[in-house]
Design a protein around this ligand. Structure first.
Ligand SMILES: [Zn+2]
Ligand SMILES: [Zn+2]
Length: 268
């Protein structure tokens, strides 16, 4: 009887010991889980406008890589690619230059896309990330439209992170009927407008350093009519898009106020 009691006591003690050991190990494990895991993509997951200075100036990054991701049928026109290259080269100050990378992917399933799905696509298909002295920007030419689109209103493009934007290429093709003049015009306008948002226009980070020129009726856009940042590419009526492309023969440019904002960020 006494021996049995002793044996049980030892057993309980052992159980208690293992129980405590288990808690201790669990605690260790928890501590490990709390260690910040370094995300190599963290630099590219900042809010919109956060990298405007890094993209424009030569101080932190001396090189810029622009990755264009598309599926075969939704490749932007060569005119747009060429115009976008000249546009970027005219804006940024990079002593080691600007490199364009084109990545062809499969058409992405489950369109139309929410912005969360657009972010998931980026996680799957983006290959260029900011590293060392090279800052990378990602442009996805989508094979599907935005889920916000209605019978009459469309979204042509959205800049949604510091170095990420989506161009709803399929929508642009539909709205322009793939016309050889208006398709590249609308594509180029949309890509360059969204790039303007990535560069912090207009007043994206509430740091407008010049005479305020944010359009109070269309926030984060410029109030100067005709400026590249005056137009909106989000939730616009199809008829206004058609009027826009039919009424002009060149891509809009930044007005002097937006250019002054960029000069300030470039450190000139
Ligand atoms: Zn816009
Ligand atoms: Zn402007």
């Amino acid at each position: 009887m006494k021996n049995r009691f002793l044996a049980m006591k030892i057993m309980f003690r052992n159980i208690t010991f293992f129980f405590l050991l288990a808690i201790a190990l669990q605690a260790c494990k928890k501590d490990d889980d709390n260690q910040p895991v370094e995300d190599p993509r963290a630099e590219n997951k900042q809010p919109l406008g956060a990298s405007a200075e890094d993209i424009l100036s030569n101080s932190t990054y001396q090189k810029l890589t622009v990755e264009l991701v598309y599926s075969e049928f939704y490749k932007p026109t060569q005119q747009t690619i060429n115009h976008f290259k000249d546009f970027i080269n005219g804006l940024v100050n990079k002593s080691q230059g600007v490199v364009f990378v084109e990545t062809v992917v499969e058409e992405q399933p489950n369109d139309p896309f929410t912005i969360e799905e657009i972010k998931e696509i980026e996680d799957r298909v983006r290959t260029q990330y900011t590293e060392g002295n090279n800052i990378a920007i990602y442009v996805f030419f989508s094979n599907g439209s935005s889920q916000n689109d209605t019978q009459t209103r469309v979204t042509l493009g959205t800049a949604y992170r510091n170095t990420s934007m989506v161009i709803y290429e399929r929508t642009i093709k539909v709205v322009t009927n793939e016309d050889s003049v208006t398709l590249p015009l609308l594509e180029t306008t949309t890509v360059e407008h969204e790039f303007g948002h990535i560069l912090g226009l207009t007043n994206i980070q509430n740091d407008d350093i010049h005479e305020s020129h944010e359009d109070l009726e269309n926030l984060k856009h410029c109030k100067v009519e005709g400026c590249l940042m005056y137009y909106d590419a989000t939730n616009v009526t199809k008829s206004s898009v058609r009027n826009f492309v039919q009424g002009r023969n060149s891509v809009p440019v930044f007005d002097p106020l937006c250019l002054e904002d960029l000069d300030e960020k470039r450190g000139l």
